[in-house]
Design a protein around this ligand. Sequence first.
Ligand SMILES: Cc1cc2nc3c(=O)[nH]c(=O)nc-3n(C[C@H](O)[C@H](O)[C@H](O)COP(=O)(O)OP(=O)(O)OC[C@H]3O[C@@H](n4cnc5c(N)ncnc54)[C@H](O)[C@@H]3O)c2cc1C
Length: 406
Amino acid sequence: MKSVERVIVAGCGPVGAVMALALIRKGIPVTIVEADAEPKMDQRAATVHPPTVEMLAELDLLDDAFETGLQSPIFHFRDRTTGELVAVFDVQVLEGEVAYPFVLQWEQYKLVRAVMKRLESHPLADMRFSTRLVDLGQSADKVEATVVNPAGETELLQARYIIGTDGGRSTVRRLADIEFEGFTWPERFIKIGTQFDFIGAGTGYCTRNYFSDPDEWLNLFKVKGEDEEGVWRGIFPVPADEPDEAALSAEGVQRRLQGLFPKAGDYDIAYHALYAVHQRVAKTFNKGRVLLAGDSAHVNNPIGGMGMNGGIHDAMNLADKLADVWFGRAEPDVFDRYTRQRRKAQVDFVQAQTILNKKSLEERDPALRREHLDRLRKTSEDLALHRKFLFRSSLFDSLREANEVL
Ligand SMILES: Cc1cc2nc3c(=O)[nH]c(=O)nc-3n(C[C@H](O)[C@H](O)[C@H](O)COP(=O)(O)OP(=O)(O)OC[C@H]3O[C@@H](n4cnc5c(N)ncnc54)[C@H](O)[C@@H]3O)c2cc1C
């Protein structure tokens, strides 16, 4: 595909994959440029909130999603210091009001694979793996992207637009000289996967659990993994003064799981990884013919599972606007509206909420901690408050409010 009449999607994580599929379904040719040789088995995101499930339905991805994902309507808040179950939330209370009243636990690499299946032989899709974007320029009518191809040669690709879906360290964002405002937390987060069956062990947990603890909060969720056994994924904080090697050592990993639920013998470990955690939003999501979506535009801590979801919401919003411009139904200034809408969702909601989620789980002041847990309990016990909480935490509110921005 040599024509300039295409869009380059740089980066094929979950947001790039959704972006490419959404554009192609609207009839826009796409060149996907991905540095890795194949979609990697990235074990970061799995929580897919109900409005995002609606978007997957729009893209005809639900067959795969339901086959390899876990429907998970209930979540628990627990006080880890006492073992008390503080609050139970159930997305099924929204039955009849929303199309999919559950959270889908679907690992992000499965989403990418499902999209790849649909794009592999599509005439509008030009997929280039082992191809890294290294330089970028733009003029009034096109962008020029320099990539290093699988043979190690430099190639120049031209397109009408380029969308940076190349993650938190985005090359597109850097080359377009767009500021990434925010901060990095001093601690890191470790994710540990195990096939140990916490429900079978009689813990009383459900498949989505948040534990409040001033010393060591955690999240514990179940995903389907690669077989019917499933995998439990715990996310724990790692203090700034704990060396990486200690956190990632067999002893360090066992200590964290045994601290949660002591048992005879070691836990089997499916995978584990350490992550730096940031709260940052790009100053703009559009600059001329350069557009940003997903982690290249915003990053946040993963408590509440909002990063990938927000990125998919960006991609669906941008696909509509790009199609309008492409087919002459709108002027390019509609991309300013894209920034206004999706930046609002990020700044007013995702950043604020994820920072609050972290603060709530780690609160050290006993009175504030008690107050927070009491409020959660009361919210869960009152149907009107329960519904309101779910509309907010499931990202329905952020999506609606952002879409209302002119
Ligand atoms: C522990 C953890 C748990 C999380 N859980 C959740 C969750 O449950 N729900 C949720 O919504 N979010 C979650 N997140 C956040 C989520 O993982 C990210 O928001 C999501 O991966 C962003 O997707 P993306 O496609 O924008 O970027 P990425 O997934 O980072 O993909 C970027 C892609 O671009 C490619 N790339 C990079 N540079 C170049 C280049 N120069 N040229 C070509 N290709 C390039 C990379 O190889 C990569 O494939 C979690 C994060 C962490 C750390």
